[in-house]
Design a protein around this ligand. Sequence first.
Ligand code: AHG
Ligand code: MN
Ligand code: MN
Length: 333
Amino acid sequence: MFNNLLTLDEFTIQQLRLFPHATGELSGLLRGIGLAAKQVNVEVNKSALADILGAAGGVNVQGEVVQKLDVFANNAFINVLRSGINCAGIVSEENEELVVFDDIKSNQSKYVVLLDPIDGSGNIDINITIGSIFSIYRRVSELGKPATASDFLQPGVKQVAAGYIIYGSSTMLVYATKRGVNGFTLDTAIGEFYLSHPGMKTPDHGQYYSFDNCYYHQVDTKVKDYVDFCMSTTSNKNGPYSNRYYGCMVADVHRNLLKGGIFFYPQVTGKPNGKLRLCYECNPMAFITEVAGGRATDGSRRILDIQPQHIHQRSPLFIGSKEMMDDLERFMR
Ligand code: AHG
Ligand code: MN
Ligand code: MN
């Protein structure tokens, strides 16, 4: 059945051949991420049995209770990236500080990785879709020395690659480089990701809006008016849109990428910058969405142009199909 489908590895190597000077480091990095994703996938599937459901007890740097699976996934990604030789260090939602690998080989590698090991942690306990997010940058600090904060604090437009894993009814790994977005589905029997969604493009318009309606009375009037527009049958010539909200941005953005739609987590009362983290949630999803033909802003600025000041900073996020983002912008002006 899979005779004519490329594996993730075969695909990245094929891409590599297009660049005479490529070293294979990015390909190696993606192989590592794919391996960690498979380890997490196994754990996700047996989580109820393995007693890793529920809170691990600790509280992460964002002040949220850490779930056991978050810890497992964080360790899986860090271990794989640390034992490879293609990553100089990582930033993760689960680590307050940078994790710089600082050994002779790692200091030579030209990439750093930013991670949300488990996105949608609130879904773990109830056996609903969760994800992982990663973002890859070329270092700006001197090769041969340990990675520094400047390597991680680059605007999203500088990403070399970004991707997510969705642990859904099937497990998929989707990643983008400037050249395109490609989706791979895990064949669990063989243990390989196969290219199932080559050259993903998002529709210019869709029928879904993804917003946590509990915040309807806590958002700016402009956002409220836009939500009304989404539900309207009169002012919105394509409306009403269906509301779909998983509490897992990866799942919501993934659906909207495939079907067309818009996701937003704006500023709400008590959360002046929304909830989502710029560097390892907004930026990677914005990069993937833009390469697929969609757009992402914080309400006024293009997400990918924002210069991060802090590795864990939050940002409002509006992301999705081009024409739906155009409609939104008319409200945000
Ligand atoms: P994480 O599990 O990494 O903390 O992220 C969860 C995020 C995002 O994926 C989701 O859309 C949002 O939190 C849900 O938050 P609300 O419950 O406030 O809607
Ligand atoms: Mn998240
Ligand atoms: Mn998370």
